[in-house]
Write a protein that binds this ligand. Structure first.
Ligand code: SF4
Ligand code: SF3
Length: 526
């Protein structure tokens, strides 16, 4: 196998024997063969669409299937095989997948995506091709959430397919063209994040600042993780009046801020921290656990039989929910005892998406003008297991009291329960939401730049980002597309970007790796 799509890739180069994430060779090669087939299918679809035919269902399948190849989503070769079979049911592929799983894995090995796949092309171009491919995986995830809530766009699907085909079939040796395409993937992600923002807010309302208990309540319980708000909504509806409390986990935390979700009184609180702690935190949870999306880790036996996957997520021998029918989860929750007693805990705040922040824009602007707020930091992105990630907690703790910390995605679990105080009644720690709520962060930055009549890059705002999987790759490309300068990125640089590409990004956008909190704070604040 060969995979270097995420930050924890083996030796900072690539996973070649077994994924550090737990992904095995069969799943890895099948996922690559699936993407190869989707590129093939995309060509056929684009041709049909040029003739006026529409293929909404197949476009959606492409999004879901691509999403299943993202880090920590699907570890089950059987499920990847089903996506392949569904894809080839729509066209006559150049390479027909074998029916037997073992034969199929052997066949898939030939279509593995590795640098040699693009032999004859410069290292820089190969590097950018991987960046585009990985960003497409992130984009497919957001497009999947958006279409499930009724928001999709034919142009998005078209550009997506064009980029996918270009990665595989276009050997243009002009570096400029590939830089343009890489930034185009960033633009595409911006459009998709906007679609998803519309999907989430039109269905569930604009988030409002909301207190979320971190303690637990006596009674039966279900834990929901991942990013998909629609899945959570369906579960809340199906558990109404059943005497079960629903707890969020990981990236589901911001769900508490959405009016149409928080109106369910049994959406109780938040349990646990970021994804990499699930093998420690899940065994203690006395109820079924639902993974709507990433990040799933190989489950321990102590909770494997209480785990359920949904949509693109999968793990061998773990029960999978289809057709939004949560009855097996509910039945299990009712059979189990749940929490035996109330365990009071801290309360934290979420729900500061763009509307909530912009509703106090006057206050923020005034505080900047009077020097009460010296600087804004967006400290956000993915969490992960590496020790170097303690940088982000230290950074937030060491940031001076006259600075405001905006955060998003699961990286915030390093500091989400810290009391950082407030400035003129504004909390110093502002949770904008999930990773896709980077869209909110961008809107806030644009609004501030208009208010202060300066370019975004001249605002007293610095982005301190942490990345792990491919949604973060897509968001990073969006920020570069928007020409956001001076980003600090960690805990390490993507292995798929070669030295020259990194030099180019550093020169063009002044993007730098994180160093130490002290050094970076000094460099930013002087
Ligand atoms: Fe390795 Fe990351 Fe790929 Fe898993 S997703 S195989 S850890 S590079
Ligand atoms: Fe986290 Fe997996 Fe990236 Fe949506 S849940 S941010 S890592």
């Amino acid at each position: 196998m060969f995979c270097h799509q995420c930050e924890q890739t083996a030796k900072g180069i690539a996973c070649t024997i077994r994924g550090v994430c737990g992904k095995e060779h069969p799943t890895d090669v099948l996922q690559d063969f699936l993407i190869y087939t989707l590129a093939d299918l995309s060509e056929v679809l684009l041709e049909e669409e040029r003739r006026g035919l529409k293929n909404p269902e197949i476009n959606r399948l492409i999004m879901e299937a691509m999403f299943s190849t993202l880090t920590n989503v699907n570890f089950d070769p059987e499920r990847i095989k089903v996506y392949l079979e569904r894809a080839v049911s729509y066209f006559t592929p150049k390479i027909k997948p074998f029916k037997d799983l073992e034969d199929l894995v052997k066949q898939a090995e030939e279509y593995e995506i590795k640098p040699e796949t693009f032999a004859g092309q410069s290292e820089e171009i190969v590097s950018l091709k991987f960046a585009i491919l990985y960003a497409l995986k992130g984009i497919s995830a957001y497009a999947y959430h958006a279409y499930r809530l009724g928001e999709e766009s034919e142009e998005v699907y078209q550009t997506f397919k064009e980029l996918l085909i270009q990665v595989y079939k276009d050997s243009t040796s002009d570096l400029e063209t590939w830089i343009k395409r890489t930034l185009e993937a960033g633009k595409l992600n911006l459009i998709v994040m906007e679609l998803l923002d519309k999907a989430n807010t039109s269905n569930f309302g604009d988030p409002v600042p909301t207190k979320v208990p971190l303690g637990t309540k006596r009674g039966k319980a279900i834990l929901v993780s991942g990013h998909d708000l629609k899945d959570l909504y369906e579960l809340l509806k199906q558990t109404e009046g059943k005497g079960i409390y629903i707890y969020t986990h990981g990236e589901m935390l911001p769900a508490h801020g959405y009016p149409e979700l928080k109106k369910f009184p049994h959406l109780y609180g938040h349990y646990g921290t970021a994804w990499q702690n699930q093998q420690r935190e899940f065994p203690e949870f006395p109820g079924p656990i639902v993974m709507t999306t990433n990040c799933l880790m190989p489950p321990k036996d102590s909770y494997k039989d209480r785990l359920f996957t949904l949509g693109p997520v999968g793990y061998p021998e773990v029960k999978h929910i289809s057709d939004e029918d949560f009855s097996p989860v509910i039945e299990m929750a009712l059979r189990m005892e749940g929490f035996k007693e109330d365990l009071p805990g801290k309360e934290i705040m979420t729900g500061f998406a763009k509307k909530a922040v912009l509703s106090v824009a006057d206050k923020i602007i005034e505080a900047v003008k009077t020097g009460k707020i010296r600087h804004f930091f967006l400290v956000g992105g993915c969490d992960g297991a590496k020790p170097g990630r303690s940088y982000y907690l230290e950074f937030v703790e060491k940031a001076p009291k006259d600075t405001l910390i905006l955060t998003l995605a699961c990286g915030k679990f390093r500091f989400f329960d810290k009391d950082l105080g407030n400035i003129e009644g504004l909390p110093r720690l502002i949770d904008l939401g999930q990773c896709n709520d980077a869209y909110s962060a961008i809107q806030i930055a644009l609004a501030l730049s208009q208010a202060f009549k300066v370019e975004v890059n001249q605002l007293p705002l610095s982005l301190i980002l942490s990345w792990y999987e491919q949604k973060a790759v897509a968001i990073l490309l969006t920020l570069l597309y928007l020409n956001i300068q001076n980003i600090k990125l960690g805990p390490s640089m993507p292995a798929f970007l070669n030295k020259k590409v990194l030099e180019f990004i550093s020169k063009q956008f002044n993007l730098k790796p994180i160093t130490t909190p002290e050094e970076d704070l000094k460099a930013i604040l002087g």
